[in-house]
Design a protein around this ligand. Sequence first.
Ligand code: SPD
Length: 287
Amino acid sequence: MEPKPASLTRWIDEYHNGVRYGLEGKVLFNEKSCFQQITFIESKRYGTALLLDGCWMTAELQEKSYHECLVQPALCSAKNINNVLIIGGGDGGTARECLRHAEVKRLDLVEIDRRVVELSQKYLPTLGGNAWTDPRLHININDGVEWVKNKKGASYDVIIIDSSDPQGPAKGLFNKLFFENCKRILRSGGVFATQSESPEAFRKIHIETIKTIREVFDFADPLYGSVPLYPSGWWSWTFAAMGKQFYKEPIQQRAQTIASQCDIWSIEWQTGAFKSMPASIHRELSQ
Ligand code: SPD
């Protein structure tokens, strides 16, 4: 194959704590929205990828290692999944995973930055796929913190927080008041899910997030997986519920219809991922 001219491709990196995480590629689009710097790149290894404020969010050829792990433990285990809420998730990947379930009747997606939705539809169309035209999807360009604050109680069966790191527009999605409002609007038998950062690269935030969610819900547990694009490549998602750990008991029939088309998620994978908490984090959470 002919080598590409050097001017077209270069290393594009996220810098974090003295380490850089990069892809070889070229910038397709770059814009400063009202909220953040939005960049799409074309990479050799993972196809089109999105950065917000210089941090990797997703890439078309590895997004499933994030979106399946955030969505399926919750959607396969909540008592009902009629009404689902996503906060963030403007690239559409989380919505697509939710709408694979025929039982979902309504999906509210609340994204603060309209441009992330518009540009993801243009540059990353495979992420949202058919979700963008699914009549069950209702896109609300709004602040997720305000949305959960203003919502009446018992509104959703599943609440999913698909945020960026806790700075800029996502800062308010990691605090106790926000989690309390999520609990207030979650129906009985419901499951709350959030991305909870890396146990290595964002260790302090990771531990604080789990501790705070545990102060609010009866049960909260992280599961661990791998998202090669993100700092350290080692990532976590935390699930919470009232009454019992619904998220640890997937409903077989629901799970079976989904699992055959998953890249990562399966009941077996999930069981192992919930058991893979690093020993030192286990000790710290027990203090
Ligand atoms: N450090 C990056 C964390 C980003 C998690 N959310 C990604 C959004 C993908 N839908």
